[in-house]
Ligand binder design. Sequence first.
Ligand code: PA5
Length: 446
Amino acid sequence: MIELNFSNMMTEVLGEKGISERQIEALRDRVDKAHHEIVQKRWAELAFMDLVRQDTGEIRKTAEWVRKNAEDFLIFGIGGSALGPRSILEALSPFHNLKRRPRVFIYDNVDPRTLSAILSLVDVKKSIANVITKSGSTAETMASFMVIWDELSRAMGNDAGGRVIATTDPEKGNLRTIARDKGFRTLSIPPGVVGRYSVLSPVGLLLAEVIGIDAKEMLRGAADINDRCSEPEIWKNPAYLFGTLLYLMDKEEKRNISVMIPYADGLKYLSEWFSQLWAESLGKLGMGMTPYPSLGTVDQHSQLQLWMEGPEDKVFIFMRVLDFGADIRIPEVFKDMEGIGYLGGHLLSELIKAEEESTELALTKNKRPNMTIHVPSLDAYHIGQLFQFFEIATAFTGFLYGVNPFNQPGVEEGKNFTYGMMGKKGFDQRREEVEKAREKKVCYRL
Ligand code: PA5
């Protein structure tokens, strides 16, 4: 089971820069209220918590078909529809494309250079495309899907539909309509589950099964942490403590940047996934915390100086992996060289753990609040736990802030301007606004 060590957030360790038990107790009513929002399922979007009980039969069958019929598996999606699958791939099958088939390409942007490169590397006739979009209308996803669909249709004529899997809403949206019309295989994202909370739905689980990861094991991990995090008593609930401590650091100590530092390459993308979850869920009504996805030991040589002596506006979330499942002993070469000889004979896992502990200690000594999530090993069970833990913690923290942790009204404005510029019906006024803005007289430019 993953474990949260939050001693270095508390006054007992940090003195006046820490959080006291009294501050946590003072939030008890709010915590209870947030707990009731969750257990009484007052929001349809809490449906993500029920994913642990889903039947994975259809996902497994579809994955088996992909493994038998594809050399390359192409994922098109953005936001929650891509970051989740990418975190699974990087955590559980690193260097996948160099070792296994089908190779996996996740295209989550509309950068023409990247898609051209992917198209030059794959034979579409031997590929299967998985287009993932809950709404079925996201411009980036649908534009890139339209490119691949056209390629497939040219190459395969009427058989093109047989090489597409649509992961989308069970009833609604353009993609669902196209899928019905063209006879795609489909997997459904349950209605209440929104993008950034969807990794443990077919959004992430199909890829997991395609690359040989047991989806049921991920769900077992998620179910176990669900039980642990359903506990009403805050002192027994790690997700509530995680959220409460960060909330207090923001509101009462003015530390509104959360730096996530996994000491494991495999968790780098999970910390990117967390960044979307945390930022998009909480950044509302002038509130929220800015997440910064980092990586240890790498950022010790890039960011640590700032963290140690820069502005006191950050909280650090370390992730420590206990068993890497592989190890390498540093050979005892250059023994007589004082500056490096001491490294010989030690394990790389020893070094990475020592660096993590040392950074934790150094930050603590400088009164910089930090907490650590202990991850027993990087496997399906614990990755499932991490996803579910952060999702519960984020929804809970949203309720503490008093915001809706499931919507993202702030992204609409930019989307509407894009629609105007790209000629979508009903958005002419936005296009005019863009044109006017371009004509503006104020122009500082070199
Ligand atoms: O969390 C969310 O709901 C969003 O960030 C979505 O993941 C993102 O906008 C993509 O949406 P969709 O899956 O509808 O294409």
